[in-house]
Design a protein around this ligand. Structure first.
Ligand code: AMP
Ligand code: MG
Length: 353
């Protein structure tokens, strides 16, 4: 397949007037699939009403068909056509966080969306992105757009159009380049269809921010609290976000981590180290990458997937990664790192003093 490339990277206002966006929107209306920027990561979009269009997303990504997709909308009015009800609590959340990186789960109106979008569930995940290019594409197409991240299944999500090309060039109809994404991690997924709200996936919007708005305690899905991979929602059982070389999370002092690296290099392995700005110069390995400062976790989130993909451009056999504090966006960072590592940890034993 020939992939069309459009760039709107340098045009900041009024994307709806740009012929590139109009052309990409026409592709969506023609049931072809197009990658586009959002404020979280690049999405791979399809007409959410069409089985023919949505099926192409699963085929291009190699995504298991029981992993449902998020539907992206640009106007509140679109929501009412797709869902069977909007609770008071959800209205508060929408007012506070849309457009933005919060995905909400709704009871779905039956017979409207392609069943492939929801993988046979009676609920549907919906969000309104804040990226001007994403909003213009949705508005111009006049359709709700189903879009997972625009990567091959299992790989780190793309935060630039170049990442999308690496994974999907020749497999999708088009790529709309709007520059690097902002947040760098996927949206927070919140399920408000049960007796109390539950976070199914941590993201840029934190539990504390959500609790302030709903004035209620928000639970975190139990699989996120354990170090084992217990599936709760569809899609959660799959390994995700991984570079090609196996990744191990290391919990210990720099000197001890260096001894792990030395041991593997002595055995003939090429070792990559995912470090922070504070520690980068302290490691000696085959490739040491700085993912950002521990004092700026938003920046670490922004850089994480790009850094994981950089290891794929090298010939390292294994990667060790430092861990980050589980506060604010650190919860989402550690969730992605744990999945990338398949929950493999190496932990320093405490010495008795
Ligand atoms: P992705 O589009 O790859 O970033 O992933 C979408 C996420 O939303 C996955 O974790 C899905 O399991 C989740 N999701 C989508 N629809 C639903 C739904 N109806 N109920 C629960 N989780 C959902
Ligand atoms: Mg994804």
């Amino acid at each position: 397949m020939n992939t069309t490339h459009w760039s709107v990277e340098n045009n900041v206002d009024n994307f709806e007037d740009y012929p590139q966006v109009a052309e990409a929107a026409q592709y969506i209306r023609d049931n072809q699939i197009v990658a586009f920027p959002t404020e979280t990561v690049y999405g791979l979009g399809a007409n959410a009403y069409s089985d023919e269009a949505v099926a192409q997303i699963f085929a291009a990504k190699g995504r298991p068909s029981d992993n449902p997709l998020i539907v992206h909308i640009a106007e509140y009015q679109q929501l009412e056509k797709l869902v069977a009800g909007i609770s008071k609590q959800v209205k508060l959340l929408i007012t506070a966080f849309w457009p933005g990186p919060l995905t909400l789960i709704f009871p779905k109106k039956s017979g409207v969306l392609s069943d492939l979008v929801t993988a046979g569930l009676d609920t549907v995940a919906i969000r309104m992105p804040s990226h001007p290019v994403a909003l213009a594409l949705i508005r111009t197409s006049g359709l709700p757009i189903a879009a997972p991240s625009a990567n091959r299944s299992g790989k780190p999500s793309p935060t630039t159009a170049k990442h999308v090309e690496q994974d999907l060039d020749g497999r999708i109809a088009g790529i709309l380049d709007g520059g690097a994404t902002g947040v760098g991690l996927e949206s927070t997924v919140l399920d408000c269809t049960g007796p109390f709200p539950v976070i199914l996936r941590p993201g840029g919007i934190t539990k504390e921010e959500l609790e302030r708005v709903v004035k209620d305690k928000i639970e975190v899905a139990s699989h996120l609290l354990e170090k084992t991979d217990v599936p709760r929602a569809p899609g959660m059982k799959y390994k995700h976000y991984s570079p090609s070389a196996p990744l191990y999370l290391v919990d210990g002092e720099v000197g001890w981590i260096q001894s792990l690296i030395d041991e593997k290099r002595k055995q003939g392995f090429k070792v990559g180290m995912l470090a922070s700005t504070e520690t980068q110069s302290k490691y000696k390995a085959d490739l040491v990458l700085d993912v950002g400062s521990r004092n700026n976790l938003d920046h670490v989130a922004h850089q994480l997937y790009h850094t994981l993909r950089e290891f794929d451009q090298s010939n390292v056999d294994l990667i060790y990664s430092e861990i980050f504090p589980q506060s604010d966006v650190g919860v989402a960072i550690m969730n992605r790192l744990e999945k990338a590592a398949g929950h493999h940890w190496v932990i320093q034993e405490k010495q008795d003093s």
